[in-house]
Design a protein around this ligand. Sequence first.
Ligand SMILES: *Cc1c(COP(=O)(O)O)cnc(C)c1O
Length: 231
Amino acid sequence: MTTIENNLQAVRARIAAACQDAGRDVSQVQLLAVSKTFPAASVQQALDAGQRDFGENYIQEAVAKIGELAGMPAVWHCIGPIQGNKTRLVAEHFDWAQSVDRLKIAQRLSDQRPAHLAPLQVCIQVNTDGGPTKAGVTPEALPELARAISRLPRLRLRGLMTIPEPAADFTSACALHARARALFDALNAQGLALDTLSMGMSADVEAAIHAGSTMVRVGTAIFGGRTRTTA
Ligand SMILES: *Cc1c(COP(=O)(O)O)cnc(C)c1O
């Protein structure tokens, strides 16, 4: 068994245990393997171990990897910042964009999504901490942005994505994640029919699942430590 296969089994076991603790069915939580900075060969090992969904932050690096793995059953999620000059690459190569936080970027993605592909699956990144410099729309501006994005023809709004500040302990991590869950539930109560709440990383999978995450994004615990943290 490869290290990656071993790690994937351990992460799946963590997800299953967290679901059991939270009284949730394990089928309600998807695993996104975050493969940023790791080569196509590592993604291939994860594919061989049954993993299908992969998250990438650096768009140019990802597009090269997606090309190397063309024909493989991988589903690609963009989870990094999307500048205006990168929207075409995202629209043409990814299946999901989880880090959309401005209408202008969403409009470009919709305009540039090729007709022969399924609509781009989208999550809105929300800044639940209120930090002024961090990416993500504010909770106050979220409902209007969600309604506008849900009307764009070549996008399908699936839900929300959050990257909260690391919390000191399980209880405060749960409280942070619960804020995102409340925003998600409120949008659904307004009729948006969202099914994806993307939150939780290697360090806080359990707290995120406890608070109602439907997709955890795990890098380090699957692929190991990253030696590079920028593009
Ligand atoms: C890198 C990254 C992850 C994975 O983080 P780990 O701590 O390595 O599990 C998840 N989400 C986003 C947005 C990331 O940039």
